[in-house]
Write a protein that binds this ligand. Structure first.
Ligand code: MTE
Ligand code: CO
Length: 435
């Protein structure tokens, strides 16, 4: 089995199937009218206690709750303990050079909470004292500069919501369905509001020489992870961010400073940002030669495939979120594009034969994830669920076969093919592929 930094192995066959336990047992409205429906609702579901159900006064209504000082920094309810980032143990050799995944099937709306943003580190998460952190700008500039964090916060500030997707997201699915979970097939994406400074302001302060064409961006982690960025993108919309969702970046996400490169592959979003060197050509760094290039069918490689093309995923139902009820159901998912806004999402329940337009809900923003829903009635028929994103550039998300026709099967990165979930008549949902 091939293995790279972001590559993943095959799941052992036995773990491919998860069975739904008692999924249809609780909460289904009985057909005998309102009173028997009410009676059903008085049965405590799994993990519950009938003593808390009406007409009793539940335990929590009989005692005082925690006082205001109990949690100076808030955390989720203890009943949400399962909503966590997860990794796949056999995926990489060490925790320091590894990845975990956003629990997409547990989230709604478009913002990823800070504690649930997937992490991808090449040498662990550096713990940086912001007082000692500096951003260095040098190379083909009029005056090399060193910025403190306070200096950076005195430039005009910008707030933007953007998705970050690792180029390796869904990378293990190139040769067929592998990982039986939405979190593991699509969870290398998060969507955050960043606060920071447009890089063009910082470069203007240093003064670019006329032959400035590329930047080398480097992190302060022990991998000193570096990438080359074309000057046009640096001057267009690239940001240097110090806040995510209103608070300081999390250590895992690059505290105190990271690069934000809207719509482009996650590897360019250098964390723990410490150095920007201006040059006249790319640096041919490890991460843009042996990694983050796309090996084609004929053995040649595509280099600098920066854009993340339009993609979508049905997060519910999915293998971790099977269908539980007959009758009224909500299908939910996310769509995004590195080339603009999501303009439309189609959903098929029969493996791509018939499509209907999903309902986009909430904010539809440029290079941010967009939430979509299909409200549908399910009577236990087997379904083959797919979603297909359209973006403002006119691009339509391809099938996996269409992608393979162009790219072959040697690829790891940039797999934006249409995902299929098979929903069985008991609601159990599985990662499959139709060809
Ligand atoms: N920056 C540094 N300094 N070191 C790293 O290992 N990983 C890159 C990028 N920036 C990395 C880095 C990769 S491959 C991705 S996909 C994103 O950070 C992941 O960002 P996240 O951990 O906030 O999800
Ligand atoms: Co990555």
């Amino acid at each position: 089995m091939r293995k790279t930094d972001d590559d993943q192995n095959t799941v052992p066959a036995g773990s491919r199937r998860r069975f739904l336990q008692g999924a249809l047992a609780g909460g289904v409205l009985a057909s005998g009218g309102a009173s028997s429906a009410l009676a059903q609702k008085r049965v405590a579901p799994e993990g519950g206690n009938p003593k808390n159900l009406p007409p009793n006064v539940p335990g929590w209504s009989q005692v005082l709750g925690d006082g205001v000082a109990a949690h100076p920094y808030g955390k989720p309810s203890k009943f949400e303990k399962h909503v966590i980032r997860r990794d796949v143990e056999w995926l990489t050799a060490s925790r320091e050079s590894s990845v975990n995944f956003t629990p997409l099937h547990e989230l709604d709306g478009i913002i990823t909470p800070n504690g649930l943003c997937f992490e991808r580190h090449h040498a662990g998460a550096a713990e940086i004292n912001p007082a000692d952190h500096r951003l260095m700008v040098h190379g083909l500039v009029d005056k090399p500069l060193l910025f403190t964090m306070d200096d950076l916060k005195r430039f005009p500030r910008t707030n933007r919501v953007y998705f970050l997707e690792c180029a390796a997201n869904s990378g293990m699915e190139w040769r067929g369905a592998q990982l039986n979970g939405c979190q593991f097939t699509h969870g290398m994406v998060h969507n955050v509001m960043y606060t920071g400074v447009l890089l063009k302001h910082i470069l203007a302060e240093a003064g670019l020489k006329p032959n400035a064409k590329w930047l080398q961006i480097e992190g302060a982690d022990s991998a000193a992870m570096n990438r080359s960025l074309p000057i046009e993108k640096a001057l267009e919309d690239t940001m240097v961010a110090f806040k995510m969702n209103g608070e300081a970046l999390r250590t895992e996400q690059g505290y105190p400073l990271r690069l934000v490169v809207p719509g482009w592959e996650g590897n360019l979003w250098v964390k723990w940002l410490r150095r920007i060197e201006v040059g006249d050509q790319p640096w041919l760094a490890r991460e843009e030669t042996s990694k983050y290039t796309d090996l084609m069918g004929d053995g040649r490689s595509r280099r600098y495939t920066f854009f993340m093309d339009a993609k979508s995923i049905v997060t519910n139902p999915s293998p971790e979120a099977p269908l539980k009820f007959k009758g009224r159901n909500v299908l939910s998912g996310l769509a995004w594009s590195g080339r603009g806004k999501v303009t439309r999402v189609d959903v098929s329940l029969d493996g791509g034969r018939n499509w209907s337009e999903a309902r986009l809900d909430g904010l539809v923003l440029d290079r941010s994830v967009t939430r979509f829903y299909v409200d549908f009635d399910w009577q236990g028929a087997e379904l083959m669920i797919q979603s297909r994103a359209h973006d403002s550039s006119g691009y339509v998300q391809p099938t996996k076969d269409e992608l393979r026709k162009v790219r072959g099967v040697n690829s790891i990165y940039h797999n934006n093919g249409i995902q299929t979930w098979l929903v069985r008549s008991n609601g159990e949902t599985e990662n499959v592929e139709i060809s």
